[in-house]
Ligand binder design. Structure first.
Ligand code: ATP
Length: 308
């Protein structure tokens, strides 16, 4: 898949001397949803701001849609839409005016048909004459997206798109992002809700202390690093795990009521049926059992810990 954004050897030191990005190499593929994850202060906003031309890089190179974001800023920027977290435009302006004005900022001629299409796709059409101050929080978020889409970009950055929104709206936003992708828009989002990345991303990148520590397809990541856990509720409490079962490295809860078996879901050599058979032979009976697959959040926490 061709890269629509290409970041190479990117470094950023702020005037204070603080090095916020260290030697970042990253390609974003055309048409994918890419989630950039990392703890507070990792460098996500700095990276996005550089790609969008809001912050100057110290060294390295970034291209967007083939254009250098420093030497060909206008061409590069015209391909990019940025959805910030906060709406800062005039509260007394109408939805239609604010979205049309955004388009004008990119030097694009007016195109009422496009603005109408964007507003309709965001369920904002019947609010087009409303002043921004009269909109609900969720609608204001949609206006931010409409503004970012006003100049027909094919790359969209969403900075924490669902921070502080309720579950209902979050699901709507996910739906919306998916439909944008199906229209061919490449989407890069930052989020603190790992669940959001798990739900939507094709690939995830982890950034920490200004370095990219891992970029991987979400499914492969979850398959490779994901672990499964089998928990057995014992019929009778157990004092200790029988020696015959030591190979499984089972963990017995303090009260002796629960046995937990953690295994690598990508390996074939851990046969649950054999374990259950051996438990039976050892006279250990259980009243219930359940399995759990580790989430992207578990993987994230362990990656961040490992990189500390
Ligand atoms: N203008 C600035 N001058 C000096 N340091 C800055 C400036 N902007 C950001 N930083 C520092 O750079 C680091 C990265 O900040 P950045 O905002 O990129 O992180 P982030 O990953 O987006 O964090 P968060 O998840 O909290 O939004 C932080 O330590 C921050 O304090």
């Amino acid at each position: 898949m061709p890269a629509v954004i290409s970041v190479s050897k990117l470094c950023k030191s702020y005037a204070s001397g603080f090095q916020a990005l260290k030697d970042i190499d990253l390609d974003i593929n055309k048409g994918e949803i890419f989630a950039l994850l990392g703890p507070n202060g990792a460098g996500k906003t700095t990276l996005i701001s550089i790609i969008c031309g809001l912050v100057m890089p110290t060294s390295g190179r970034v291209t967007a849609a083939g254009y250098d974001i420093v030497t060909q800023y206008r061409q590069a920027r015209s391909h990019i839409g940025l959805v910030p977290q906060e709406l800062t435009t005039d509260a007394f302006e109408s939805v239609w005016d604010t979205v049309s004005f955004s388009r004008g900022l990119f030097g694009k001629p007016p195109n009422p048909a496009h603005i109408e299409k964007v507003l309709r796709s965001l369920s904002l059409w019947d609010k087009k004459d409303n002043k921004l101050m009269t909109l609900s929080g969720g609608m204001k978020r949609r206006v931010l997206i409409a503004k970012a889409l006003s100049h027909e970009p094919d790359i969209l950055f969403l900075d924490e798109p669902t921070a502080g929104v309720d579950v209902e709206l979050r699901k709507d936003m996910w739906e919306l992002v998916r439909s944008l992708r199906s229209m061919g828009v490449t989407i890069i989002l930052t989020t603190h809700y790992i669940e959001e990345a798990e739900e939507m991303a094709d690939r995830v990148g982890f950034i920490r202390n200004g370095r990219i520590i891992l970029v991987e397809e979400k499914h492969r990541l979850m398959h490779q690093l994901g672990q499964k856990q089998l928990t057995l509720q014992l019929a009778q409490p157990l004092a200790q795990v029988p020696a015959a079962l030591h190979a499984y490295e089972l963990r017995l809860s303090d009260d002796g009521q629960e046995l937990v078996y953690t295994y690598d879901s990508s390996r074939q050599d851990h046969d649950i049926a054999t374990l259950l058979n051996q438990l039976q032979q050892a006279g250990i009976r259980f009243s219930d059992l359940h399995t759990r697959q580790s989430s992207l959040e578990d993987i994230f926490v362990s990656l961040v810990k490992d990189a500390a």
